[in-house]
Design a protein around this ligand. Structure first.
Ligand code: WT7
Length: 688
């Protein structure tokens, strides 16, 4: 096939393979911790030369994908990605050992896929539209410019000793330089870990130390909602306790001078001195691309590891097909790059597809609640992807803020991060989308790499049921389990949501702790990936996510472990014990409610409560601070001393008449005691 793309791909491929031959001699791959011998199943088959992805009947394609995932994804990988060396084995997997590898033997570079291949054909196409905090000050960056920026940044990293497999923390709000920083790491084979710029110095330090980052890339200050955020100061505080960090690269988001410490390097100044050409490191399909920390049910966040080819392929294909992205469309995902949504649908998916992607720096209500829709009008956004929490906030301000802007460019709307309630879905669909756009509720997780359940793609004209994620993406095989670990067959059933077979985007391990990976995802239902979520399969066979089944909260679409908040609060000297539960919140979806016990009567409850809030903000992040803190004498416990959070939850959600099984409760008088304290608290806090 002599299309220009294929020709250029061959040329680039030739270049890359020449480079790879040189480099093959230079490094050999050390065996990674998760690479232990096990009973590996092979999904391999004979891949077809031309991949039939989603051409033809969707149902048939999905059936084939489920039947033969190896050849299905293998063929797609060959077609959709630009390889230095094609893979020889589609997939090896063993869900008991949590061992998953895709496209074995394949070699490629992710930055080349996201940049160079597009620069070959359309260097001036806009890659990024940076929608800065002040409306009307957007900046456009072409693919040629982004490649230039990425290469200079990559060369700066190299000059400062960063090399393949080194970890680099990125603590920046969304911006072209942040995207270039991610891609620069990918180009030289370094592993990035983006830390959401709202996390505290202590959280940042924890992540840097866990992954032993050699460098941090940050900004002098951030700007959001008209306010300045002191990012560099937070980094300075964090790296005091990070011995692995050799340098801190600082970019200038504002004109404010920054204090320069001994490890600081002014990034733009150094980049200007570097060449705009940087030879890409040829990576194995299964080398790490990045890790991203997320909360689990225990205290310490886990570094979820994604690898090169499988992740990229999955992000790119889901971006294209779930949102029906067409060439020249303008894709607007307003997530921050500090979350997986930003990785997959602001950066990797869209750029691999050669799209124009929007980088949204502001907030939904700055300078007013019309900001999203004014941005849609000004940038002519075609696909708009956001979180239900923002919609719930905006709909309170009324329809005028939406209606005064032209939204005729919109074709697809998407929602992610938490269950979308009917009111928000209808408002998004009818008011924002004027009832004429496809609205997709997309379910996925940091661990899944990309969207797993969403209404699209589907056959032409297929129905969309409001407010549910509905259909598994091709190759995703959802299974519902009952409490005993038995598969629930048929429709109209609820259970634990598992996935039976691997797909290329699934996480490969938890950095430095493969045992925890197995424990968290593959132990509960042996042989299956357990998502941690519950789901209902409707009468028609569609999936509706019902929420987390573990001790994980979802506050404004962000995951937090109850244990994480409790561990932080337990550090207060006057507080021996705490229990955090979640309760429904009309904007955040869920909010945290903390019950705390004080050591003695001398501690002043109000002062301690204030201090506890400050501790959580400084140990984790502001968004993790519980909305309510109630001091109680005791917590409800089982005879063996386990806190019964379920009872506290029922008290807060008003389900006191249905306490469930309390036979294991040590002393039932604790319930009336807490109920009384809660009732008294409610009088003082009528908004609860
Ligand atoms: C958890 C994953 C996926 C990117 C953002 C969050 C919840 C996510 C939905 C949805 C209901 C959802 C789940 C999931 N969740 N999307 N469409 N409907 N719940 O990523 O921080 O890894 O959180 O978010 O509980 O397990 P994350």
């Amino acid at each position: 096939m002599a299309t220009p793309r294929a020709g250029a791909a061959a040329a680039l491929g030739h270049l890359l393979s020449a480079l790879s031959r040189q480099q093959q001699r230079l490094w050999s791959r050390p065996s990674a911790p998760w690479e232990r011998p096990s009973s590996i199943r092979l999904l391999s088959g004979t891949a077809q030369a031309s991949a039939p992805f989603l051409r033809g009947n969707y149902r048939e394609v999905c059936e084939r994908a489920a039947r033969e995932p190896g050849p299905f994804w293998g063929a797609l990988a060959r077609e959709a990605l630009l390889w230095d060396t094609p893979h020889h084995t589609d997939c090896e997997w063993d869900f008991v050992q949590g061992r998953i590898r895709w496209f074995l033997g394949g070699r490629l570079n992710v930055a080349v896929n996201c940049l160079d291949q597009h620069v070959q054909h359309y260097p001036d196409r806009v890659a990024l539209i940076w929608e800065k905090d002040e409306p009307g000050t957007e900046e456009k960056v072409s693919y040629r410019e982004l490649l230039d920026m990425t290469c200079r940044l990559a060369n700066t990293l190299k000059r400062n000793g960063i090399k393949k497999e080194d970890r680099v923390a990125i603590y920046m709000p969304v911006s072209p330089l942040a995207v270039a920083a991610m891609l620069a790491c990918a180009r030289i084979g370094a592993i990035h870990t983006v830390v959401f710029a709202g996390f505290s110095a202590e959280s940042l330090a924890g992540r840097i130390n866990d992954s032993e980052c050699k460098a941090v890339i940050t900004c002098n200050q951030g700007v959001r909602g008209g306010r300045v955020i002191e990012l560099k100061k937070t980094v300075d505080e964090a790296v005091k306790n990070c011995p692995s960090v050799k340098c801190v690269f600082v970019t200038q988001r504002t004109t404010n001078k920054i204090h320069t410490g001994s490890r600081d390097i002014l990034l733009e100044e150094e980049m200007a001195k570097e060449s705009s050409v940087c030879t890409p490191e040829i990576m194995d399909s299964e080398d790490m691309l990045f890790m991203l920390y997320t909360s689990g049910s225990t205290g310490k966040p886990k570094g979820i590891v994604h690898t090169q080819a499988g992740y990229l392929l999955y992000a790119a294909l889901t971006h294209k097909h779930v949102f029906d992205y067409k060439q020249d469309d303008i894709f607007g995902c307003v997530a921050d790059i500090g979350w997986i949504t930003g990785h997959s649908y602001v950066v990797y998916g869209p750029l691999c597809n050669g799209s124009t992607t929007v980088l949204f720096e502001s907030t939904p209500i700055y300078p007013n609640p019309g900001r999203y829709w004014e941005t849609v009008e000004r940038l002519k956004i075609n696909q708009f992807y956001c979180a239900p929490t923002a919609l719930r906030l905006l709909l309170k301000y009324g329809d005028e803020f939406v209606k005064k802007y032209d939204r005729s460019s919109l074709t697809t709307l998407g929602s992610v991060g938490e269950p979308i309630n009917h009111e928000a879905w209808q408002w998004f669909y009818n008011v924002v989308g004027d009832g004429r756009c496809t609205l997709v509720d997309t379910w996925w997780q940091t661990e899944t790499g990309g969207i797993c359940i969403a209404p699209r793609p589907s056959e032409k004209g297929a129905e969309i049921v409001p407010a549910i994620a509905m259909r598994p993406f091709c190759g995703i095989t959802p299974v519902l389990m009952d409490e005993k670990g038995k598969i629930l067959e048929g429709n109209d059933v609820s259970g634990a949501l598992c996935i039976a077979q691997p797909w290329p985007g699934i996480a490969r391990t938890i950095y430095g702790d493969h045992e925890r990976f197995i424990e968290a995802y593959f132990k509960a239902y042996p042989g299956y990936y357990f998502t941690g979520d519950g789901a209902y399969r409707t009468k028609k066979g569609y999936y509706q996510i019902t929420g987390r089944m573990d001790d994980v909260l979802n506050i404004s679409g962000h995951r937090l472990g109850t244990a994480e908040i409790e561990d932080a609060m337990d550090e207060h000297p006057a507080v021996p014990e705490t229990a955090v539960i979640s309760y429904p919140h009309d904007v955040k979806g869920e909010a945290a409610f903390a019950f705390v016990v004080l050591k003695d009567d001398t501690a002043h409850p109000e002062t301690v409560t204030k201090e506890l809030r400050a501790i959580v903000a400084s140990k984790i992040a502001k968004y993790a601070v519980p909305d309510h803190v109630l001091v109680v004498k005791r917590l409800p416990k089982t005879r063996s001393g386990k806190i019964m959070r379920r009872l506290l939850q029922r008290i807060v959600t008003g389900n006191v008449n249905d306490m469930g099984d309390i036979t294991t409760l040590d002393d039932s008088s604790v319930i009336t005691e807490i109920l009384d304290a809660y009732e008294e608290y409610k009088i003082k806090h009528p908004t609860l």
